[in-house]
Design a protein around this ligand. Sequence first.
Ligand SMILES: [Zn+2]
Length: 500
Amino acid sequence: MLAPDAILPDRPTVLTRAQAIAARATREGAGARAVSLDVLAASLLERVWRVERKEQDAKEAIDLYRAASKDMSLPGVCDAAIAGANLSGELARDASTTYAELYRGSHKNGVPAPCKARLEAEMSFLSAFRPPPQVLDAIDRGLEGEGAIERASDAGLRVSVVPKVTNVEQWSGPEGARVVVTLDGPARYQAGDEPSAQGKGARTYVELFGVDANGPARSSPMTGLVSQLKVEPTSTGARIALDLTGPGYRKVFHLLEPYRVIIDVAKNIPGQQKGTGKRTVARVVVDPGHGGNDPGAIGPTGAKEKDVTLDIAHKVAPALSRLGMAVTLTRDDDRYITLEERTARANGFGADLFISIHCNAAEKPARHGVETYVLDTTQDQIAGRVAARENATSQAANLELGGILANMRLADQAQRSNRMAELLQKSALASLANDYKDVTDGGVHPAGFYVLVGARMPAVLFETSYISNPEEEKRLTSDDYKGRLADAIVNAVKAYREGR
Ligand SMILES: [Zn+2]
């Protein structure tokens, strides 16, 4: 037998042996012996990955660590769960992945107290990378689901698979509206249009096949472009209908975890407004990142991203108003707002510009600098540490995002977003560099941020500085530094409006 600390033979030999050991673990079934065999196979694959860097080996190692940590009460399982979580995060280059995996382990049934304490200690080291509450909730629901399915089959019961409408939210304004239908499982859907029942305007609808409408037909009034929203059960499932007061452009897409169908209607087709020279910037939406029970990243001495971003937004808004622009904040106090609602508010407000304010964070405390992001509309697969953290969502959801982007017409908007991002980056450097040492230009990057998806106007995400860096954390809590960052945003908007 090959011990984990033996000198490593070549890769094919290791793989063959690891496979044989894993096969023995499978034959062994459950129990302590199966756990130790799985862990041995996993650690061999992890070691060979550290030398050869073949991603497949790390993935198989993660799977084996997971297989080993099914029953948390067995000896050696806590080590397996921690090793698997660390390897997952290392492979994803994202400490929030490690955090999520540790969380999953600590929230399983029957975790002995000493193991729970160890997992929680590991998580506390990574508190700056804690994913937002909705991600952790999704993990809990996933664990619950696994438990429920097990119990149901034990009792010989059939598990219901009919997805149900669990929530319907609506936002509207003169320029557009958004309806978000949350289901407790994925469903097939189809959008269509028909003349409105009242005989004026049009009706746009989405059929949700095989979905339980969760109650009788109900309708609620809306204002602006949509006059009424209706949810009703049909013979094939459920139907969501929006009565429009005038001609509108419709886009329907879905997001995962939880499964949501999003219906966007707008007066104008996005990306159609033409312009040369001076750009019209009459309305600006400023989005202070995070809020409420989602603190965002937390600095080494405890500064919270959500507080910094709100402070900066509160400095930006009056300054833009003084320049004659109408300004709306997506939140005006310490409250949680979903990513969909943020862009929905911008769309409903008919904003010409959407600016999302954040603080960056990294595993390495030394990392620092100012970065600006625009929505990546070219990649199919969205990767990237920052995007993963700000989206705080799963790899599956990231892949899903790729599909949404492929269907969007954003060329003009993307170009304008890029221009605004460049101006913001330049203006931030100009505003900070004279009085603060080592302000680093991290540049403009495309990434897959949910908060920018669905925005119908040029949109940027400003990572002001690294709150995980002790020096920048200190700066981010100072009024002067936040004022400079606010100036940078205001100057960039001014330059953008002037057509620079
Ligand atoms: Zn953030």
